[in-house]
Design a protein around this ligand. Structure first.
Ligand code: R5P
Length: 258
């Protein structure tokens, strides 16, 4: 791995703990104005001091994020679909030159193993890895799950391992029972979990705790943070679990008291 690649990964996954709290706000690329993200800038601004990285599209960053913000960017570069159509029919929407102009610390696309356009999404990932390797920009692969696919260790392990084999530098997947098997399938490639749909705060914190206890390097969480009644409290609580190994009850107190 070249110096630039290592340096960019270190900006995201903090060397002190080997962990990270990514804040995902890229939902609009296929969901439109998702609850909590209509005024994206107002939602994100108070959360930035507690996030290690921001997962976002180029349009959102140019509209709502101050270029002076001191936050590593994980740039969502796939899309071309909406919630109204087949989700796996993604294309690459942003070229590597634009990712470099934005000073992205990583680029990301979704891979739909088992989806109608499985091959095309794997091809998207492989092209991004080739481009990323050229310029020292890591690629985070999102193991997206189609409507009819089970989110179990067998499926997520299959999808994650395929992304590893294609060359992804970070894997984003979902927490599931037997999560250790998913992590094992990824070898030395760091794994983070998505939060998924909004859960009660205690359950979301328990999921983050279970994920890092079973080998995840952290979270790439969106709705369970920005749709919470206390988004700042929630990201602080997630941080306490991910970076400080706090138990769930202590983290929940942090959420409640913020
Ligand atoms: C989905 O493909 C997007 O990358 C989201 O950013 C991702 O699912 C994480 O957000 P959430 O924690 O809301 O699931």
């Amino acid at each position: 791995m070249n110096w630039g690649m290592k340096n960019r990964i270190s900006r995201i996954i903090k060397p002190k703990t080997g962990r990270c709290v990514m804040l995902a706000v890229d939902h609009g690329y296929f969901q439109g104005p998702t609850t909590g993200l209509s005024r994206l800038g107002e939602t994100v601004e108070p959360l930035l001091p507690y996030a290690d990285a921001l997962m976002i599209t180029r349009g959102a960053i140019r509209n709502w994020i101050d270029p002076a913000a001191d936050i590593p960017i994980i740039l969502r570069v796939s899309g071309g679909i909406s919630i109204l159509k087949e989700l796996s029919n993604e294309v690459i929407t942003t070229c590597i030159e634009d990712a470099i102009r934005i000073n992205a610390s990583a680029i990301t696309c979704s891979v739909y193993v088992g989806g109608e356009f499985e091959k095309e999404t794997i091809e998207n990932l492989s092209k991004l890895v080739d481009e990323g390797e050229k310029y020292g920009i890591p690629v985070l692969a999102v193991t997206a799950v189609g409507k009819e696919m089970a989110r179990d260790a067998r499926y997520l392990g299959l999808a994650s391992r395929i992304c590893v084999e294609i060359g992804a530098h970070i894997i984003k997947t979902y927490y599931t029972e037997d999560f250790g098997k998913v992590v094992e399938a990824c070898g030395n490639v760091p794994v983070v979990i998505a939060g998924g749909k909004k859960l009660p705060e205690l359950e979301a914190l328990q999921m983050a705790f279970d994920a890092v206890s079973n080998g995840a390097n952290g979270v790439d969480m969106g709705r369970n943070i920005f749709q919470s009644d206390r988004p700042v409290g929630m990201i602080k609580a997630v941080r306490a679990i991910v970076h400080d190994n706090k138990p769930v009850d202590e983290a929940f107190e942090i959420y409640k008291s913020s």
